[in-house]
Design a protein around this ligand. Structure first.
Ligand code: SF4
Length: 469
């Protein structure tokens, strides 16, 4: 444990005392809620925030009831920002009625100067504001706020220390995300991530493997390796510490007790043959690759600074399908990037048809202040974006339904994750390709792998029947 981690543990202890006093005063437990917006990286950060809060003695509650309410924000798209501002607006009245409530905002939105200033100015009822680089200092910030009764703002320009041994509250006891790198060096012209998450920093393989092994001993059997671009893992490490992502993936999958390994996200420019061969040959590495396309037009891809073209992308899809016959390929697509023409849109539709994606997350281009694309004069009118978007969405749905139908009638292993909230008597689990299956069962199955017959394909999920327990 390094000195930064020791210091933060001391702050957790100090908070525990203050939370204990607060709890005595209230004659009940002090509650918290962390609301997460955005991607898997944010979800993982939220697990760290929850771990710290639980260690201070707080107990989890709903957003409406929590004494300490934290928004871990996303700024990749405009509507994510709007959602947060909307909720913060509603909280103004709540805070008047419950003045001792603590409201915090952190994550990508507040890492961005303009948004942080806006929160500071327009939301005086927000008590703690911090960014992406100092998530692990939550106890220190909370302590400062609780003891000094002042607003606490602490946004770091860049990441400083690494604190890996602080408490984490995992959403599921049987599966976990593991960060392998932070930040991104790619500067795609539409993307805010390199500005709010900083430059790419890979963790040491030895630290990652130690964490995986500890998680496995705690009962975790499925690992999701996380990075903005996992394929460039290790490039920034010293030569003696360097390891390719494929080698790391294999080492994680070889860890005793681990049954499934996933990863997110792969950049097409860095997807190596070594990685494809590793996925193909290792039974524990899920046959699922999320490979963001963004656009099928080589002209637009160049403009976006993606550093691959349509042909290269389709060649990767061909190789993946040839070497891993049952691979599921999912993607992200942006419609309405500045300067996009109907011909560019046709190129995207062409790739969707040829790649036959198992699923695609389709987004309308969202202007992010500070990125090169945002200041372009050739922004696309909304009605044109909507027309193109609807075409893309319809084709994506047609293709993914076609792919999903291929598995109907098959029996496949499913990791059971939850009891189904909508229908009593059902549980929900995931296939290796990450699709959901609902079938009869009870809470005793959660965390187990069971063989399930996929009796009916519903497009984006399946209804199944358990074969054995
Ligand atoms: S690879 Fe591009 S899209 Fe992905 S996080 Fe980095 S800059 Fe953003």
């Amino acid at each position: 444990m390094n000195s930064v981690e020791k210091e933060q543990l001391e702050y957790i202890e100090k908070c525990r005392t203050l939370i204990g006093e607060w709890s005595k005063e209230k004659e009940r437990s002090i509650t918290y809620c962390v609301v997460t917006f955005g991607c898997q990286m944010n979800a993982r950060d939220s697990e760290k925030l929850k771990g710290i809060l639980e260690e201070t003695g707080c107990v989890s509650a709903s957003e409406d009831e929590a004494d300490i309410l934290l928004y871990n924000t996303c700024t990749v798209r405009d509507n994510a920002d709007r959602k947060v501002y909307g909720r913060l607006g509603t909280l103004k009245e709540v805070k008047k009625q419950r003045p001792d409530m603590v409201i915090g905002v952190c994550g990508c939105m507040t890492q961005e100067t303009v948004a942080a200033e806006k929160v500071k100015k327009t939301c005086p009822h927000v008590d703690i504001i911090f960014g992406t680089h100092n998530v692990y200092t939550l106890a220190q910030l909370l302590y400062r706020h609780l003891s000094e009764k002042t607003r606490t703002v602490d946004i770091w320009e860049e990441a400083k220390d690494v604190a890996e041994h602080l408490p984490v509250r995992r959403k599921y006891p049987f599966k976990s995300g593991v960060n392998i790198s932070y930040g991104c060096n790619n500067f795609c012209t539409y993307c805010i991530v390199p500005y709010v998450r900083g430059r790419e920093r890979s963790r040491l393989a030895s630290d990652i493997l130690e964490e995986v092994s500890r998680l496995s001993k705690e009962g975790v059997s499925e690992i999701m390796l996380l990075g903005q671009n996992v394929n460039s893992y290790g490039h920034d490490l010293k030569e003696e510490d360097r390891m390719t992502f494929a080698a790391l993936l294999k080492a994680v999958a070889d860890t005793e007790g681990i049954r499934r390994v996933r990863f997110m996200t792969s950049h097409p420019k860095d997807l190596s043959d070594e990685l494809i061969d590793t996925i193909a040959s290792h039974p524990k590495i899920c046959n699922h690759v999320h490979l963001p396309l963004q656009s099928g037009s080589s002209r637009l891809l160049k403009d976006m600074n993606r550093r691959y073209d349509k042909e290269h992308y389709l060649e990767l899809v061909r190789k993946l399908r040839e070497k891993i016959p049952d691979v599921a390929i999912t993607t992200d697509i942006i419609v309405g990037y500045p300067g996009e023409t109907d011909e560019d849109n046709e190129e995207t539709l062409d790739v969707i048809r040829r790649a036959e994606f198992d699923n695609a997350f389709t987004f309308q281009y969202s202007k992010r202040t500070g990125t090169p694309a945002a200041s372009r004069p050739d922004q696309i009118p909304q009605e044109v974006v909507t027309r193109r978007f609807n075409k893309v969405l319809a084709l994506v749905q047609e293709m993914s339904r076609k792919r999903a139908m291929l598995l109907e009638g098959k029996t496949l292993p499913v990791l059971v994750e939850d009891v189904n909230e909508r229908e009593e008597g059902l549980v929900t689990g995931r296939l290796e390709n990450n699709m959901s299956v609902h079938f009869k069962g009870d809470a005793s199955l959660i965390g187990k792998y069971v063989d399930v017959v996929l009796t009916e394909c519903k497009g984006f999920y399946y209804i199944g029947e358990i074969k054995n327990v």
